[in-house]
Design a binder for this molecule. Structure first.
Ligand SMILES: *[C@@H]1O[C@H](CO)[C@@H](O)[C@H](O)[C@H]1NC(C)=O
Ligand SMILES: *[C@@H]1O[C@H](CO)[C@@H](O)[C@H](O)[C@H]1NC(C)=O
Ligand SMILES: *[C@@H]1O[C@H](CO)[C@@H](O)[C@H](O)[C@H]1NC(C)=O
Length: 605
C-alpha cells in the first residue's frame, strides 16, 4: 500500500521559543561552550585563563590620516576616559597621502595637512602611559593600517583599534577592563574562540538573507561572529592566528570569498583597500565570535561620526548615542556568566554551540534541540575526510537542512564543528561510558565497526523512545532535496537499493523490534556477525533481515547520491548533471583545489 507522503526531515530553523528554553536547560547542566577543548594539545586552543586576573598590557591603536578635526575629537575623548590608575599606552598610526598623480599645488596642500596632524599629535599630552607615533612614508590604506597596527608581544597584551572619526565614552575602559577580567582571565567564563569585543552598536547582518538584529533588553552582552570596525578590542592569540592565516591565503592568492555574504560584493568592488572580508572569512572558517554590547536606545561606548574620508564620500553623522555617566541607568560592570550569553552567526541566527553527546541522556537533550517534525538525521562521519564532511555541511546549509547530528570519533575537527554550532555525538566517549555502565553487552570488543553500530543502534533507540523518525546516512551521501517525498508511510524500516541509507519510523512495532535487535547485538558480545560489511546501514539492514524483519527498498537515485571516499568524486548512483547538482558542486566546491571554498552562508535560503 502506498499512501500520501508524510512529511519527514524538514529543515529546522532555530526560532522556536521551545528550542531556546530547552537549550537553556541543556546548557545549565553541561559545559560552557569551548570548555571541552581546554585539554586540547593545540596551542592556539589552550586557555590563557588563570583564576586571578593579572596585569595585562592595554594598547590603544589610533588609525589616522589627514582629518585633523576628527583626530582631535577622537584623542580628546580617549584622554577624557577614566583609566582608574591603570597604565594604558597610546599608538597613533598616521597614514601618508598618496604620492602618485598629485599636482604640485595639491602636494603643497597635503604636506601642510600632514604637518598640522603631526604637530597636533606631537603636542598631545597623554598622561596614562607611553605615546608612540608611527608616520608612514607612503599611502598604505586601511587594510595595512589595521593589519600592521599590532603584533601582540604576549598573551597578556590587548589592543583597542580606533579609527580617527570615532568618539569613545569616558566609561569605555572600565567596561573593557571588566570584560577582560571576566571573559579572559576567569577560567569558568573563558572561551578560546572569542576573538575580542566590539564597542560599537551591532547594526549590520552580512548574510544576504539574514535576520534583522533583534535583542531584548535583558542581557547587555551577546556574542556575534561579525567584527565591529568602530571600536574593536582584539585578543592577542586569535589576532596572531589571523595574521598567519592572512599571510598564507594572501601569498597563495586564495581570495577571501564566502558565498552568501554581502561582503563578497565589497571585495569584488573595493578589493584590497579593505581588510574586513579577510577577517570575516577567517572567523567563519575557525568558528570564532566577538563580544557585543546591547545597551538599548541606540547607545554604545563607541560611536562613529562617519566623517567624509576613505569610508564616506560625505559626512554621515554619528551612528549611535554615546553612553556616558549621565545616561547610565544600569550596572555597566555586571557581567553575566558566559553560559548565559547568546551566540549569533553571520545570519543573526542563534547558534547553540558545544552540543556534544557523550551519554544517552546528553543525546536525549540534543535530540530535543535538533528534531524537526519529529524526525532526526543521523550522519555517520567515521572514516570520512574533513573535506567530505565540510562539503556535506555546505549542502545542508544550501538545502536548509538543520535537523542533523554528526556521529563520529571525538577529534579536534569534530569538536570544532560542535563549537561552531553543529551538534555531534562523540562515539568514543559514548561507547566507553556505556560499556563501563554495562548497558551495552560488550565488555571486550574494540572492533571499530561494532562500536559504530552500537552507538547508532542506541541513538536510534533513543529516537524511538522520543517518538522521532530517524534517517541514518554516511557523510558521503548527499540529498537532492528533502527526503520526505520518497518514503511512503506503510512500513517501519526503509533502505536504498544500494543500502546507502537506513530509515526507521517511530512506531510501537519498530520500538519492539528494535529492543529485540539490541538484545541480539549485545549477545554477539562484540563479534562481527557479517564479515566484509563496512557500513552501519548495511550491517543493521542485514541483521534485521536475518531476523525476519521486512525492510522496504527505495531507489536512492531519487533521493540523493553518494561519493566514494578516496576516489575524489566517483558517483555510485545518480549523477551531478542529471540531478541538477552542478550548482552545488560549484558552490560547495567538491574538488580539493577548491577546498578552501567549502563554505557557504545560506541563512535559510
Ligand atoms: C602587577 O604589577 C604590579 C605593579 O607594576 C607589580 O607590583 C605586580 O607584581 C604585578 N603582578 C603580576 C602578577 O605580575
Ligand atoms: C593615479 O594613477 C593611476 C595610474 O597612473 C590610476 O590608475 C589612478 O586611477 C590614478 N588615481 C587618481 C586618484 O587619479
Ligand atoms: C568567575 O566567573 C564565575 C561565573 O560567572 C563567577 O561565579 C566567579 O565569581 C568568577 N570568579 C571571579 C574570581 O571573579
Amino acid at each position: 500500500m502506498v499512501g500520501p507522503p508524510r512529511s519527514l526531515l524538514l529543515p529546522i530553523i532555530f526560532t522556536s521559543i521551545g528550542v531556546i528554553i530547552l537549550f537553556s536547560v541543556y546548557q545549565s547542566t553541561h559545559h560552557i561552550p569551548g570548555a571541552e577543548f581546554t585539554s586540547s594539545n593545540n596551542p592556539i586552543k589552550t586557555p590563557i585563563a588563570q583564576s586571578t586576573p593579572q596585569n595585562f598590557t592595554f594598547l590603544i591603536q589610533v588609525l589616522a590620516f589627514n582629518r585633523l578635526d576628527s583626530l582631535s575629537r577622537c584623542l580628546n575623548s580617549l584622554s577624557a576616559a577614566n583609566y582608574g590608575g591603570d597604565t594604558v599606552h597610546l599608538h597613533v598610526h598616521i597614514d601618508h597621502f598618496s604620492l602618485t598623480n598629485e599636482s604640485i599645488n595639491v602636494i603643497d596642500q597635503k604636506l601642510e595637512e600632514s604637518r598640522k596632524v603631526l604637530n597636533f599629535v606631537d603636542g598631545f599630552d597623554w598622561k596614562f602611559g607611553n605615546k608612540f607615533v608611527h608616520y608612514r612614508t607612503n599611502n598604505v590604506g586601511l587594510q595595512a593600517q589595521w593589519l600592521e597596527a599590532w603584533w601582540p608581544s604576549s598573551d597578556h597584551e590587548f589592543s583597542f583599534i580606533v579609527e580617527d572619526d570615532l568618539e569613545v565614552s569616558p566609561l569605555f575602559y572600565k567596561f573593557v577592563r571588566g570584560l577582560i577580567v571576566n571573559y579572559y582571565y576567569n577560567v569558568s567564563n573563558f572561551s578560546p574562540f572569542i576573538y575580542g569585543a566590539s564597542l560599537q552598536r551591532a547594526r549590520f547582518v552580512p548574510g544576504k538573507h539574514g535576520n534583522k538584529i533583534r535583542l531584548d533588553g535583558e542581557t547587555h552582552l551577546f556574542l556575534y561572529q561579525l567584527v565591529g570596525t568602530w571600536g574593536q578590542i582584539l585578543f592577542p592569540k586569535p589576532w596572531k592566528e589571523f595574521r598567519l592565516w592572512y599571510d598564507l591565503h594572501k601569498s597563495k592568492a586564495i581570495k577571501p570569498f564566502l558565498d552568501g555574504m554581502v561582503t563578497n560584493g565589497w571585495y569584488k568592488r573595493i578589493g584590497e583597500r579593505i581588510w574586513t572580508p579577510w577577517f570575516i572569512k577567517f572567523v567563519h572558517s575557525r568558528g570564532y565570535f566577538n563580544i557585543y554590547t546591547n545597551f538599548q536606545l541606540e547607545r554604545a561606548l563607541s560611536v562613529s561620526h562617519r566623517d567624509a574620508g576613505v569610508n564616506y564620500g560625505k559626512t554621515a553623522g554619528p551612528d549611535s548615542q554615546l553612553l556616558d555617566g549621565s545616561s547610565l541607568d544600569f550596572n555597566l560592570l555586571e557581567m553575566q556568566p558566559l553560559s548565559n550569553l547568546k551566540w549569533y552567526d553571520y545570519c543573526f541566527r542563534e547558534v547553540l554551540p558545544g552540543r556534544v553527546g557523550r551519554t544517552l541522556d546528553e543525546v536525549g537533550s540534543i535530540l530535543l534541540t535538533v528534531q524537526e517534525d519529529q524526525s532526526v538525521l543521523l550522519v555517520n562521519i567515521f572514516g570520512a575526510s574533513d573535506t567530505i564532511t565540510r562539503n556535506m555541511l555546505c549542502h545542508f546549509e544550501r538545502l536548509n537542512i538543520r535537523n542533523y547530528i554528526l556521529i563520529g570519533p571525538g577529534s579536534d575537527f569534530l569538536f570544532d564543528l560542535a563549537r561552531s554550532g553543529h551538534p555531534m555525538i562523540d562515539a568514543d566517549q559514548f561507547f566507553n561510558y556505556h560499556r563501563a555502565q554495562k548497558v551495552m553487552g560488550f565488555q571486550h570488543s574494540s572492533a571499530e565497526l561494532m562500536k559504530n553500530i552500537l552507538v547508532n543502534a542506541y541513538v536510534i533507540k533513543k529516537c524511538l523512545e522520543n517518538g522521532y523518525d530517524s534517517l541514518i546516512v554516511d557523510a558521503n551521501m548527499f540529498f537532492l532535496s528533502k527526503v520526505h517525498e520518497f518514503i511512503d508511510p506503510s512500513g517501519d524500516f526503509y533502505t536504498g537499493k544500494s543500502l546507502g541509507f537506513f530509515f526507521v519510523r517511530s512506531s510501537s512495532s519498530a520500538q519492539e523490534i528494535w529492543a529485540d535487535l539490541l538484545k541480539k547485538v549485545a549477545a554477539t558480545n562484540g563479534n562481527v556477525l557479517f564479515q566484509g560489511e563496512s557500513t552501519n546501514c548495511v550491517y543493521l539492514v542485514k541483521l534485521l533481515e536475518q531476523n525476519g524483519v521486512r525492510i522496504h527498498r527505495v531507489d536512492e537515485a531519487s533521493i540523493g547520491f553518494q561519493i566514494h571516499a578516496g576516489t575524489s568524486n566517483q558517483i555510485i548512483f545518480g549523477s551531478w548533471e542529471e540531478n541538477g547538482l552542478l550548482v552545488c558542486r560549484h558552490r560547495c566546491g567538491f574538488d580539493s583545489k577548491a577546498a578552501s571554498r567549502i563554505e557557504f552562508v545560506g541563512c535559510g535560503r
